[in-house]
Design a protein around this ligand. Structure first.
Ligand SMILES: Cc1cc2nc3c(=O)[nH]c(=O)nc-3n(C[C@H](O)[C@H](O)[C@H](O)COP(=O)(O)OP(=O)(O)OC[C@H]3O[C@@H](n4cnc5c(N)ncnc54)[C@H](O)[C@@H]3O)c2cc1C
Length: 414
């Protein structure tokens, strides 16, 4: 037993060495003071050109790791991955975090679509989509939310009707991150109105170049337009692009949503050291309130790290991820909220400056304003609390008469 453990540890160690050597030869190491990283984040938030430049950099990087055998480390070889373990994937991410690399636009695809396709896709769907995604050829977006269906996602009203070999989709989606640069999307539509809401939804894979799709960018509080509203008018989707069973989309959706919470709960680009450096820059490390804020921030980041370890240990032991993903999502939400306040408190009156007038090109103001994206996206804090109250603490559930009535009969906003 000990020998087996030793062999596994040695293997992981040698993998880490391989990754380190490759990264050192192929990527630029992030400078200790992180100023370059901050300037890049601030710039990406300021112009459309720098955003498209970011997309190209993400594609180039994804292609590079694919060619080197580091894309989809835990994805089976037959689907374009390396066939390694989730632990190896994590080692690669840990090491890659030390380098200046752009990956953002692939987050939906790699972190959410890959696990969903692996769990629920047909052999044909996996072989068609996974290698293209891992190679960096296809960016994916998520077309779930609607103007009347966010927290209550199962209340969606985009409709899909069968017409021969295809489904015809009509409706509107909203808050779709990266839809304006995406090649494919995962989408939910109602296919049966005469059953309770969770039982009439189908999960589709949509080619974003299909006629009838119109993507309109929405500008966020940070100034960047990273998400969009998406209008679907008579969009034809071939029947082979249904993921899972017709009307069985809600089950498939759970895999995606759990992966999304893990993605968002997985962390943020900033560490405690960045806040300490900010306090040093402003000469405020002697200030009692700032010291307390820094200590609390450090404590939270350590708690988050251990929460992550706990979730990974559960997964490794084969225990399914359950409400832990909600705990992680809630914890990171609190962390970005407190950290946003801390950064601006450290800056004091300078916090009122913005973009190039502000310290580090307004990076800290971006962090403060960006907190709502993290706290709302992937399920709001209130909704995570509901999940934890009901599924972990066993509290009485909210009254939901709309869970049992046919969807057609549920009153809706016009
Ligand atoms: C940065 C960002 C990126 C996103 N990216 C995507 C994407 O790529 N694709 C996609 O499909 N969607 C995306 N979303 C949408 C996101 O999933 C929704 O915003 C989220 O689910 C909340 O839905 P809503 O905005 O409709 O708010 P609502 O559901 O209308 O909620 C409004 C308020 O009511 C509260 N509330 C609602 N129901 C309850 C309840 N039962 N109990 C207590 N409080 C409640 C909420 O907590 C919130 O405070 C993104 C959102 C953000 C912010």
């Amino acid at each position: 037993m000990t020998d087996t453990l030793d062999a596994a540890a040695r293997q992981l160690d040698s993998f880490r060495h391989e990754v380190k050597a490759w990264l050192e030869a192929n990527a630029k190491r992030r400078r200790h003071d992180t100023s370059e990283f901050k300037a890049r984040v601030a710039a990406t938030s300021q112009s459309r050109e720098s955003e498209f430049e970011h997309v190209e950099k993400c594609k180039a990087w994804q292609r590079k790791i694919y060619d080197a055998g580091f894309a989809g480390i835990a994805v089976p070889v037959e689907y374009g991955g390396r066939g390694g373990s989730a632990t190896e994937q994590r080692v690669f991410q840990q090491e890659a975090a030390r380098y200046e690399i752009d990956t953002g636009v692939f987050s939906v695809g790699l972190a959410m679509v890959v696990p969903t396709l692996l769990a629920c896709g047909t052999e044909e769907q996996k072989r068609k989509h996974l290698p293209a995604m891992l190679r960096g050829d296809h960016i994916w977006c998520q077309l779930f939310s609607e103007p009347g269906a966010g927290s209550d996602l199962a209340g969606l009203t985009t409709r899909a009707e069968r017409d021969g070999d295809s489904w015809v989709v009509n409706g509107q989606k909203v808050w779709n991150s990266f839809a304006h640069v995406s090649d494919w999307g995962i989408m939910l539509a109602r296919t049966d109105w005469d059953v309770p809401k969770h039982r009439g939804i189908t999960y589709f894979l949509v080619d974003m170049r299909s006629p009838g799709i119109e993507v309109r960018p929405l500008r966020q509080i940070t100034g960047v337009a990273h998400f969009n509203e998406t209008f679907l008018t008579d969009v034809h989707i071939p029947t082979e692009n249904v993921l899972g069973e017709v009307n069985g989309g809600w089950g498939v959706t759970q895999t995606t949503l759990m992966a999304e919470r893990v993605l968002i709960g997985g962390g943020m680009g900033l560490g405690f050291r960045d806040f300490l450096e900010l306090a040093r820059h402003y000469g405020r490390t002697d200030d009692a309130d700032v010291r307390q804020g820094l200590a609390a921030s450090y404590t939270r980041s350590e708690l988050l790290r251990w929460l992550g370890e706990r979730a990974r240990a559960a997964m490794k032991a084969g225990r399914p991820m359950g409400p832990e993903s909600s705990v992680a999502k809630l914890a990171i939400s609190q962390h970005v909220f407190e950290n946003g306040n801390l950064a601006l408190a450290i800056e004091g009156a300078d916090a009122m400056l913005y973009e190039d007038d502000a310290f580090e090109h307004g990076f800290w103001q971006q962090q403060f304003l960006g907190q709502w994206g993290i706290r709302i996206g992937g399920g709001t804090e209130q909704v995570q609390r509901n999940i934890l109250g009901e599924r972990m603490l066993g509290l009485p559930p909210e009254a939901r008469p709309d869970k049992t009535e046919p969807f057609r009969e549920i009153p809706k906003n016009a």
